[in-house]
Design a protein around this ligand. Structure first.
Ligand code: SAM
Length: 332
């Protein structure tokens, strides 16, 4: 592990940079993105690949080891394979991952792997076409399943599948998703619904807590806890007690917050650093890049920004205020 120069006020070291490459998405998941009247950023407002690469190089020089490309939908940005290839070349990058909705992934996974991508996470909230359509407002379940198959065929180690569990919509599918993990060998990640939705409609009653997800799966399959690889890992992990392939992960930011171990920083597609998903402020790095600041100046800006990282989100506090950016405009 290289020396971590990005330390915040709470003695956390930043090792993980999530890079949103676009605010655009071809899905309209109700918990993430507006359904209509979307004002996309103009092309010139988005960081160019060269600008993203520069920020990544500087961040890695400061101790970041994991990069994750996200969005919006990262596969809708042209030539994403080029960006992957360039980021993979940065000495010190130990992990280069991508989170995608999986639509249009079919026949692209092998190329992404040869470009240097080390891991892929695909989001899939339902195995039922109708429910999938209600959540994403797109009739694309088969395309996503084909994408998952392609990722497995391309030989990515332990592909992950993200599922946001929402009361009344898909909580009855949790055990079916566990079967899916057993059949395909993927690692299923069940995520608690967070107040980052467009309509600010989030309500605790829609949340299905991580504990309930485990209980639902245990009614069908016995689970055994798995040791985390690193303390900053977001998921509580479980293996199947009977030794079946696949894994279960619980990501429970609301009921079991993991802010104390957070090692993440985010770069939005329009060139802002965000210190927390729930930050009320953005830290504009794009204008500094475009003013021609030196790498040293950019590095100092990142160091100073990390010092402003919040101790934790305040979802469970009475005075919690939802950030103005919804998930799609932050990068999950
Ligand atoms: N388009 C890509 C995808 O679908 O995976 C990447 C971006 S998406 C914002 C990343 C992840 O954030 C997805 O797994 C999505 O389900 C999750 N997400 C979005 N809004 C969320 C919310 N309000 N609560 C919990 N997870 C959310």
């Amino acid at each position: 592990m290289n020396e971590g120069l990005l330390r915040d006020k709470f003695a956390r070291t930043i090792r993980d940079l999530r890079i949103s490459v676009t605010d655009r998405c071809n899905f309209r998941c109700f918990y993430c993105i507006p359904d209509e009247d979307i004002t996309w950023k103009r092309k010139q407002e988005l960081l160019t690949y060269e600008e993203i690469i520069l920020v990544a190089q500087v961040a890695v020089g400061l101790g970041v080891e994991k990069l994750r490309l996200t969005g919006g939908e990262p596969l809708v940005r042209r030539d994403i394979e080029y960006l992957v290839e360039e980021l993979a070349k940065i000495p010190g990058v130990r992990d280069l991952a991508l989170t995608t909705n999986g639509d249009g992934l079919k026949d692209r996974a092998a190329a992404l792997r040869s470009a240097g991508l080390t891991r892929i996470t695909i989001s899939c909230d339902s195995l039922k076409p109708e429910t999938f359509k209600v959540i994403t407002r797109r009739d694309a379940l088969q395309s996503v399943l084909d994408g998952i198959e392609d990722v497995i065929a391309a030989g990515f180690p332990a592909p992950k599948v993200n599922c946001v569990v929402i009361r009344g919509l898909n909580e009855d599918e949790v055990a079916d998703f566990a079967d899916f993990a057993r059949d395909t060998g993927v690692s299923m990640r069940f995520i608690e619904y967070m107040p980052l939705d467009n309509g600010h409609q989030w309500d605790r009653s829609m949340l299905v807590g991580g504990r309930e997800v485990i209980d639902r799966i245990q009614k069908r399959h016995q689970l055994l806890p798995v040791q985390r690889d690193t303390p900053s890992e977001t998921a509580l992990r479980y293996a199947f007690a009977d030794g079946a392939p696949g894994e279960i992960g619980i990501i429970a930011p609301v009921t079991m917050p993991f802010c104390g171990e957070c090692s993440r920083l985010r770069l939005t597609a329009d060139g802002n650093i965000r210190t927390c998903l729930f930050s009320m402020v953005d830290h504009n790095i794009r204008d500094r890049l475009r003013r021609g600041e030196t790498r040293e100046q950019i590095a100092q800006f990142i160091i100073d920004t990390v010092l402003k990282k919040e101790e934790g989100h305040r979802i469970n506090e009475a005075d919690f205020v939802q950030p103005p950016r919804t998930m799609v405009f932050i990068g999950g």
